[in-house]
Design a protein around this ligand. Structure first.
Ligand code: HPA
Length: 303
């Protein structure tokens, strides 16, 4: 077939895909209206003005017991809010005070692997920002490739690598929320990281600092993939966090994130992994995570 007779398939497909993408993503005014609708429902239930937003990952809900909760709002009752489908995640928003600081706490989050878009996954962060938080504290469960780490350890994120193949900011930019090309030279706030280190030291908790790489999941990685992830500079791997952090930075929130290491991903000694194992390890490390998160919130109250 001559070049001129060849149907221009590539171009047709890519422009069709582009159209689909564009029609799937609500325009900026609709996105703003959806967030405002969610905020309005929450405001009718609670007048609390959270200073910090907390996101608690897989098996990491214990911290909620330290929060003096004034309101519990199930995700289902908030318009446009994505609802967790994973059994281990309870999907509710808690409002109250932690160490005297007003907080909004997400007990359970949704993941890309559940089929939600990156935009839907990060909708709650938009809502929390519109409720007035200035700091977002995130936790997650992850596997470690760094041989100096072990199951049950905790790691403060110094940086991340997004290998999920998607970015929640794709599509028309909502200029009211942030810039088209948000800077990511320092996604994790140096002051909050310092607070976390101080709290860890005060509690004699060993807190690693390292790089988190996010993958799509839900399958775990092969030995070859873990080797690759280590080679590209990651210390731990998980299936969450980078979408929320990206959106938080888009809105200029301060961000801190802590990973709980639930499994060791050393290619030479890799063991099959189950969700039960992940949750058991998360439970082991939970007191350390809770102490760090609560301690950092307390320091926010003293700023
Ligand atoms: N890989 C990806 N996500 C994870 C892992 C892992 O090994 N462990 C817990 N979450």
């Amino acid at each position: 077939m001559s070049a001129s007779a060849r149907p221009c398939l590539d171009r047709e497909i890519s422009s069709k895909k582009l159209n689909q993408m564009e029609t799937n993503i609500p325009d900026p005014q609709t996105q703003i209206a959806q967030v405002e609708a969610a905020v309005e429902v929450i405001r009718k239930i609670t007048q609390l003005r959270p200073r910090a937003g907390l996101i608690l990952g897989t098996g990491l809900g214990q911290l909620t017991e330290e929060i003096k909760v004034t309101h519990r709002i199930p995700y289902e009752s908030i318009p446009h809010f994505p609802v967790s489908t994973v059994k281990s995640h309870r999907g509710e928003f808690l409002f109250g005070t932690l160490k005297g600081v007003q907080v909004a706490c997400m007990k359970g989050r949704v993941h890309l692997y559940e089929g939600y878009s990156a935009r839907q996954v990060t909708f709650p962060v938009r809502v929390m920002a519109n409720l007035g938080i200035d700091s977002l504290l995130v936790s997650n469960a992850c596997g470690c490739m760094n041989p100096d780490y072990q199951r049950g350890d905790v790691m403060l994120l110094s940086d991340h690598i997004n290998l999920q193949g998607v970015n929640p900011l794709v599509g028309p930019n909502v200029d009211e929320w942030g810039p088209r090309f948000p800077d990511m030279s320092e996604p994790y706030d140096p002051n909050l990281r310092q607070y976390a280190m101080q709290v860890a030291q005060a509690h004699s908790i060993q807190l690693h600092e390292g790089v988190y790489v996010s993958v799509l999941g839900p399958s775990l990685e092969t030995r070859a993939e873990y080797k690759f992830l280590r080679t590209i500079g990651a210390d731990v791997v998980g299936m969450s966090t980078t979408p929320e952090v990206t959106v938080a930075r888009h809105m200029n929130l301060r961000v801190m994130a802590v990973s709980v290491i639930t499994d060791e991903c050393f290619p030479e000694s890799l063991q099959p992994l189950t969700l039960e194992h992940v949750i058991a390890a998360a439970g082991l490390a939970e007191p350390k995570l809770s102490a760090i998160m609560a301690g950092v919130v307390e320091k926010l109250g003293h700023e």
